[in-house]
Design a protein around this ligand. Structure first.
Ligand code: BGC
Length: 754
């Protein structure tokens, strides 16, 4: 069979034992970042540095009060004076960072400025919806803008470097960190990774509002066995290249200056010691010259992983693998100087990493202006913190993030002239739940709760009856009676149920995906009143809520929606905004279906109702509760049959265009995320039943139609063959277009043999 190789694909490197991991699809051209002036500057500086000062540049202690991991010794001012600190984790605020910067610049021997790194994950003080929520918008421009706003605010607080975007693909919702990423799909994950990198870094790193972006966690962190954080990932080379690596490649192509190593091992090699993936793939094959930072104590953890016997060995392994910056362990600075001087650790390895730290400082312009965030009176920081346009952007992002899962009988939108509204549930007035997890600089007092949002939208003419009904995570049902009584007195009911924000994100894993505590029972008891009930979910992972389907008529997935969550929820509930978000991750019927994702393989025995010996379950359907890409609107959309520009493509011109007419068939204006999936019908290796290859948001007035056109090229049709070469194989392809991965219309075409 003829295989068409991408004209730009260089021959993959295949080196030594771990060759399998290296046979990657390859970048077009290695990006070259360092200018001659930068190299000359850094050379001259490095020539003056002692071993201790060099290792100091690689040291990143936490600042005082940082608590994103196990307790650690904070970096102190004398260490700055001695040149033993290159960067800080979790230190922010213009006054503090400027004071520490002054010590570095004026009191250390070489005056090298510090870098301040911080977890700016979804907004800074203006907390945006959690990343999984933002990703539900399928709106790269809005996501990019959210990251830009976060960078502007963070930079004003003295931050140079964010540990975001988290680009880990997550197909196991037990894993708490599913909330931090873009969900299950590598294509969506790649588009949004690039958008976030562009947003954080802006158009010029030297501008005072740019922050270095960090694609994390490299790599396959989301493949943790059993959804248990930090656990082993044992995945195939194909899965690594097809699922977990693409968002990192996209982030790099968008200019990401930093990458963070992940806590997991892959097939026996901890990522903080993974030379093949860091040195050979990232550095050599992809040509990436940015800054690779360890995760929190990641270098030290090479000891409990069992590949280093002591701190020096751990440091040597990390450095050799290409982990440039040692976050929190303080191993490089404390345990490597003697090893370098004795020749046990090559100086060249230290130099390579020091160069990358200094390059980053140079690219940010810190050698020219180390005080770029400092205004004597803190005016810049004050003016930009929670600026009205930042809050407006957070509200818009939240509006676009909420997924309407159900709306039987058009319960939503609610009328603003409702006379009595019951507001039920433990999250109705829960300020922390607006922020979600990883809102490190966020403050509860900045957040507007749903109850406050509803009150502001309705004014005095509506009577609100508030009943908590249950706690988030307790079996106590004594509050049910009040909740049911409130519902009975009301014309309509809104319930706010879900998870506590500390039930998702790092180390917050669950073996159940059910609504915690007695909340499901509460929902059923309230729904049994027969009143029009809308359930708003606030949570950080897919939930198995199949028992509510058909009982609770309207369900809106609002995730953890940020400081403007309350008003944004009201906007959607009352129809000022028509929901348009789509699920970036599959919702299972129950946890036993995990991992469940739309881009699965067909198997030799695809599930069938008629045939017993097929791939399915006895107790639940094999299909999801809500599929990837699902999300309703207050209007409806019709898709005509898609058409292709060419029935047959020839190898010399692998360009296809797929068009589909989409019509708003309802009574309200709305936006639809039109999704395009591709399947390679018969190939030399098995392919997913469909893979997302494009999406577009289209705004339609009632009755209006638009033709949406998607270009498809080599990359959209390509796959890795049995030799891990990126090829397009001749044969038939099916294109699926629709408003959800499970509701599509199809068209086929062929790639000819010659
Ligand atoms: C997390 C990272 C985070 C780092 C610094 C770690 O525990 O895994 O995502 O960036 O802490 O706070």
């Amino acid at each position: 069979m003829t295989r068409y190789q991408h004209p730009l694909a260089p021959t993959p490197l295949r080196v030594g034992l771990l060759a399998a991991l290296l046979a990657a699809p390859v970048a077009a051209k290695p990006p070259v970042y360092a200018t001659p002036a930068e190299t000359a500057f850094v050379d001259a500086l490095m020539a003056k540095m002692t071993v201790e000062e060099k290792l100091g540049q690689l040291n990143q202690p936490p600042g005082v009060g940082n608590n994103t991991g196990p307790a650690a010794m904070a970096g102190n001012e004398d260490q700055i004076r001695r040149g033993e600190i290159g960067s800080y984790l979790g230190t922010q605020g213009a006054a503090l960072t400027c004071r520490l910067q002054k010590i570095a610049v004026e009191e250390s021997r070489l005056g090298i400025p510090l870098l301040f790194g911080y977890d700016v994950i979804h907004g800074h003080r203006t907390v945006f919806p959690v990343p999984l929520a933002e990703s539900s918008s399928f709106d790269p421009d809005e996501v990019q803008h959210a990251a830009r706003v976060a960078a502007v605010e963070a930079a004003a607080h003295g931050i140079h470097w964010t540990y975001a975007p988290m680009v880990d693909i997550a197909r196991d919702p037990r894993w708490g960190r599913v909330v931090e990423g873009a969900g299950e799909d590598p294509y969506l994950g790649s588009v949004l990774a690039a958008a976030r990198v562009r947003g954080f870094q802006g158009d010029d790193l030297r501008k005072p509002d740019a922050v270095l972006a960090t694609a994390k966690h490299f790599v396959a962190y989301g493949a943790a066995e059993a959804g248990r954080d930090y656990n082993v990932a044992d995945i195939s080379e194909r899965t690594l290249h097809e699922v977990y690596l693409p968002p990192f490649k996209a982030a790099i192509d968008a200019g990401a200056q930093s990458i963070m190593a992940s806590f997991n091992e892959i097939a026996g090699v901890p990522m903080h010691a993974h030379r093949p993936l860091i040195q050979d793939l990232l550095r050599k094959e992809w040509g990436w010259d940015g800054l690779l930072v360890s995760d929190y104590t990641g270098v030290m953890e090479l000891m409990p992983h069992g590949v280093a016997a002591n701190r020096e060995q751990a440091g040597a392994l990390g450095l050799r693998a290409g982990v440039d910056v040692d976050m929190v362990s303080q191993i490089y600075v404390k345990d490597l100087p003697a090893a370098v001087k004795a020749g046990r650790v090559p100086m060249a390895e230290v130099d390579a990493s020091v160069r990358r730290v200094l390059n980053a400082k140079y690219r940010l312009g810190l050698f020219d202006d180390p005080y770029r965030s400092c205004t004597p009176d803190g005016a810049r920081e004050r003016a930009l913190t929670l600026a009205p346009e930042h809050r407006a952007a957070a509200r818009r992002m939240a509006q676009k993030s909420m997924v309407l899962l159900e709306n039987e009988g058009d319960v939503l939108p609610l009328s603003k002239s409702v006379r009595t509204l019951a507001v039920i549930g433990p999250l109705a007035d829960h300020r922390r739940a607006m922020l979600g997890n990883w809102a490190v600089a966020g403050r509860e007092e900045d957040a507007i709760t749903p109850l406050e949002g509803l009150k502001a939208a309705l004014g005095d003419k509506t009577r609100l009856i508030v009943a908590k009904g249950a706690d988030i995570d307790s079996q106590d049902t004594t509050g049910f009676a009040d909740a049911v009584a409130a519902a009975k007195q009301a014309d309509a009911v809104v319930m706010f149920l879900g998870e506590h924000p500390d039930m998702s994100a790092e180390a917050n894993n669950r073996t159940s995906l059910d609504l915690p505590g007695a909340q499901e029972q509460l929902a059923l008891a309230v729904a049994a009143t027969g009143k029009p009930v809308a359930l708003v979910l606030l949570n950080g992972r897919p939930l198995s809520i199949s028992r509510l389907k058909g009982k609770v008529p309207a369900i809106l997935e609002a995730w953890f929606p940020g400081v403007e969550g309350g008003p944004a929820i009201a906007d959607v509930l009352f129809g000022d905004v028509n929901p348009s978000a789509k699920l970036p991750v599959t919702f299972p019927h129950n946890v036993g279906q995990v991992p469940i994702y739309y881009a699965h393989k067909n198997t030799g025995r695809p599930p069938s109702e008629q045939e017993k010996y097929t791939s399915k379950y006895l107790d639940v359907p094999w299909t999801p509760l809500y599929a990837f890409g699902h999300g309703l609107s207050y209007t409806t959309f019709r898709y005509d049959a898609p058409v292709v520009s060419k029935k047959t493509l020839v190898p010399s011109a692998l360009q296809q265009q797929v068009s589909v007419r989409v019509t708003n068939t309802g009574k309200r204006a709305g936006e639809e995320v039109v999704q395009l999936y591709v399947r390679d019908d018969v190939a030399s290796v098995t392919r997913p039943v469909k893979q997302l290859r494009g999406f577009q948001r289209v705004a339609l007035q009632p009755g209006e139609s638009k033709v949406v056109t998607f270009p498809l090229g080599f990359d959209d049709l390509a796959m890795l063959d049995d030799r891990m070469q990126r090829v397009v194989e001749p044969g038939t392809f099916t294109v699926f277009v629709g408003g959800s991965s499970d509701r599509t219309r199809e068209v086929g075409f062929e790639v000819a043999d010659r």
